[in-house]
Write a protein that binds this ligand. Structure first.
Ligand SMILES: *[C@@H]1O[C@H](CO)[C@@H](O)[C@H](O)[C@H]1NC(C)=O
Ligand SMILES: [Ca+2]
Ligand SMILES: [Ca+2]
Length: 375
């Protein structure tokens, strides 16, 4: 099956769909222009397949992508595996009860206005349970072994990896980059089992967040576990941990008493990560303190998919259990990642948000699940 991979972007080299690294690398944003719409460039990761000019996405033989993953991988659809599933369930994430209520969503003091962080508005969410941790490689592996699910990155044959964590042999084979964010490289063979490409593995990272999962992959996993993705409102309510109008899940100071509360980037992005918080890549889940609701890594470590379609327009009317727009092109992700630094990606705040096309996958994007009942 012939497939052409193209990188679509909005800034620089605007008339080209694919641009060679070097040709555009020089146009990288200067650190003196922080917090712009480009941010960490995470939102520039869009697949454009089959020529990259709006043509239909070609899929694998089994057409998995066109089937509703929430149905195909539901417990009911996998009855035959229910015995195995009983065992696998044991390694499901512990969940915590999030008692519903009213909260102020978004902010009237947006750090990145283009992201639609404002206006601040009253939102009610009903009670729900939430995984206390990001879904780990080990948990995802159990899902794969029971269902035989193949992720979108595995079908496409590549995924986006941050240049700074690639080995030289892998880097030397890559000729494309994302113009607006040249530190993102499409790596052949990168997927959840091989986070930095074929010469990497997850053997020593089973307790780290699973990466390179598309939105549909995340939905399939949650559905298999009898759970679902959180709405953006549920996620943000959970992030705030009961605090009102604070920047972070733990308050307004990034490092109270000199302590790190999340796996973020220290140093100069994208050239030098000092790893002052102990990690230059992902950390094992629950390596940093939980927030007031008992949730770990709700900001930092891996970005987390939500169920909402992306929009930057929000009503100021009070909302009850909002689920986002009925349709769209991008899905909302929340929380920032180990790659976020204030100068480029000040998105490890509860009100911050970003987006990706649902078929995107990258080395800093994962998820956690929620449910109405204890699982
Ligand atoms: C996984 O990676 C480690 C270190 O990068 C390497 O030593 C090991 O041999 C790899 N394991 C497999 C099964 O490839
Ligand atoms: Ca870090
Ligand atoms: Ca996270």
């Amino acid at each position: 099956m012939a497939r052409y991979f193209a990188l679509v972007f909005f800034l620089g080299c605007a008339s080209e769909v694919v641009c060679l690294q070097g040709a555009c690398g020089a146009e990288q944003e200067q650190p003196s222009a922080p917090e712009g719409a480009a941010g960490c460039g995470c939102d520039k990761l869009k697949r454009a397949v089959g020529g990259g000019h709006g043509s239909v996405v070609e899929l694998g033989e089994d057409k998995t992508l066109s089937a509703d993953p929430a149905v195909k991988y539901s417990t009911e659809a996998n009855e035959r595996t229910s015995e195995a599933q009983g065992d696998e369930k044991k390694i499901q994430s512990q969940m915590v009860w999030i008692s519903g209520g009213e909260f102020l969503m978004g902010t009237d003091d947006p750090a990145i206005p283009a992201d639609g962080e404002g206006p601040q508005r009253w939102v009610h969410v009903d009670s729900f349970y939430m995984d206390i941790q990001e879904v780990t490689n080990q948990q995802f592996q159990s899902f794969i072994s029971v269902t035989g699910y193949v992720t979108e990155a595995e079908k496409f044959g590549d995924s986006f990896v941050f240049e700074g964590i690639l080995s030289e042999p892998v880097k030397s084979q890559i000729t494309q980059a994302v113009a607006a964010a040249p530190w993102w490289l499409p790596v052949k063979g990168a997927n959840w089992r091989h986070p930095e490409g074929p010469d990497s593995n997850i053997t020593a990272r089973l307790d780290h967040p699973v990466l390179h999962v598309s939105w549909a992959d995340a939905v399939a996993y949650c559905s298999w576990a009898n759970k679902r993705l959180p709405t953006e409102a549920e996620w943000e309510y959970a992030c705030r941990g009961g605090l009102k109008d604070r920047l972070y899940p733990w308050g307004n100071k990034l490092n109270p008493k000199g302590q790190h509360y999340a796996n973020l980037w220290q140093g100069d992005f994208p050239t030098h990560n000092s790893g002052e918080d102990g990690y230059v890549k992902t950390s094992p889940v629950m390596s940093f303190p939980a927030n007031g609701f008992g949730l770990y890594d709700i900001v930092g470590n891996a970005w987390e998919w939500t169920s909402d379609w992306w929009t930057v327009h929000h009503t100021t009317d009070q909302q009850y259990n909002p689920v986002g727009p009925p349709s769209g092109t991008d899905k909302v992700k929340k929380g920032g990642s180990y790659m976020c630094h204030k100068s480029y990606c000040y998105r490890y705040r509860c009100a911050a948000r970003s987006q990706n096309t649902p078929d995107s996958s990258a080395s800093n994007l994962g998820f956690r699940c929620v449910s109405q009942e204890q699982r």
